[in-house]
Design a protein around this ligand. Structure first.
Ligand SMILES: [Zn+2]
Length: 133
């Protein structure tokens, strides 16, 4: 079975400023990042859909000990997108050593950054980023 939306297509979309996911033709749920089937009901009747890129921070952590090739400190956050799915990404534009009083519940929009090849990566990658709106 072919993937309706591969990770490469997902990352290429991010590079073009598009957050792509899958819309289930059975239950209507949106799945992102891409999977082979709907994350809600398991149906394989899904189609590619573009998400708004708007969401809300649900939780986060500050990485102070990072793998080779990454520059700590930085913030990794989970955000719930308007369309339902939760995504993990780097929260940018916020100083990890001088955090605002309230981050959880903050509105964000998604972006991306290119990850340079490093010791523990499989070549160049693309990561989701969040910025406060
Ligand atoms: Zn479904």
């Amino acid at each position: 079975m072919a993937y309706p939306l591969t990770y490469i297509e997902f990352y290429e979309g991010l590079k073009e400023g598009k957050l792509l996911g899958l819309k289930c033709k059975q239950c209507g749920a949106i799945t992102a990042p891409p999977k082979i089937c709907c994350a809600e009901c398991g149906s394989t009747k899904v189609e590619v859909a573009q998400l708004s890129g708007k969401g809300e921070i649900k939780t986060y952590t500050v990485i102070r000990v990072a793998p080779d090739g990454f520059n700590p400190p930085y913030i990794v956050a989970m955000a719930e997108m308007e369309e339902g799915p939760w995504l993990m990404g780097n929260l940018e534009g916020v100083d990890p050593d001088n955090l605002p009083e309230k981050i959880i519940g903050s509105k964000v929009k998604t972006g991306h950054k290119v990850i340079e090849p490093a010791l523990y990566t499989a070549g160049e990658g693309v990561a989701i980023t969040f910025s406060l709106v």
